[in-house]
Design a protein around this ligand. Sequence first.
Ligand code: NAD
Ligand code: IPM
Ligand code: MN
Length: 368
Amino acid sequence: MASYKLLLLPGDGIGPEVMGEVTRLIDWVNTSGLATIETETDLVGGCAYDAHGESVSDATMKIALEADAVMLGAVGGPKWDGVPYDKRPEAGLLRLRKDLELFANLRPAICYPALADASSLKRELVDGLDIMIVRELTGGVYFGEPKEITDLGNGQKRAVDTQVYETYEIVRIAAVAFELARKRGNLVHSAEKRNVMKTGVLWNEVVTQVHKDRYSDVKLEHILADNCAMQLVRAPKQFDVIVTDNLFGDVLSDEAAMATGSLGMLPSASLGAEDERGRRKALYEPVHGSAPDIAGKGAANPIATIASFAMALRYSFDLGEAADRIEKAIADVLDQGLRTGDIKQDGCKTVGTREMGDAIIASLKSAT
Ligand code: NAD
Ligand code: IPM
Ligand code: MN
């Protein structure tokens, strides 16, 4: 039986609460004999800063680099608002993404049938929605230099962030988007702002070239990112795959989440390049953050994290069928009318994190 090493980084706020449900799914994989997943649990984010003054330690990075995959809950919170910028909880997550070279962030926005009325958009706009946002994750304005605040000495300060992209970074993310589109609806929207940004001009040029050279069988549309944001709430089902830069991808994916009912529904996979054995470094995490407003109450929706674990099974552990089963169990539990507070609906039962996890595991086991 295949054996894998999975590093668990629950993090801050609701992170440990939603990750608690994943550890029970790991037990299910192990006891069902599907694979052996060995886990190690470590600190990231504010809790790591509190423990050793860094939001991710070198020792944790070493374990992450050697693991077959990493799962992360969430980082951040008001407690760490005052810590130096490079030690902020979010810096730990950014270091993981950068040092593991996880350039491709897959953020599927799927509206489960039972949740079509839980969305802030009308049912007919979201029923059957299935979008894949492919966000570039290791470049752009998140990492470009200079990145600084200078005191101008006259009571004024100057802040600079730099958006940088090189051809190879756009080529590889475009290829991921086209490959995914071939297995889905065969349509890619490439979102940038070539009308005001040089990086947008290059992005457009390179995506066009990659399409022409290698993927002319896939339909490609170029769209300005602001129009893309509008179209996502006007008629989201027109999209199949959206490929975009780091910052636009961050914003567009939170927006797309609401079409599915809640930010608490959106999983993600962050993948690196394939090695010679066809394996990719990978980190799986919900798209949402540490939700300080509901942390500690046992009320968080664990579905985004559970679905991120399903993505880990599919992309890192060759267990695509088990991933399908988890996604089916999520759909079944929603069909049964169970809802966490964020997707609460009239006529449905509102439950906490643990009860939602219990129901998903029970549904999985009963289907086995
Ligand atoms: P957030 O995503 O934490 O929360 C936004 C809203 O969505 C809140 O009202 C929250 O209660 C709700 N929400 C989020 N996840 C939910 C879930 N699973 N179930 C139910 N409701 C949920 O965003 P924020 O409040 O802007 O950020 C809080 C902190 O999280 C910040 O420090 C931010 O930097 C960090 N953050 C971390 C990540 C990450 O770890 N990947 C992602 C986004 C934000
Ligand atoms: C996300 C988050 C992160 C980002 C933060 C916490 C660094 O918002 O994963 O969407 O901006 O990428
Ligand atoms: Mn975000």
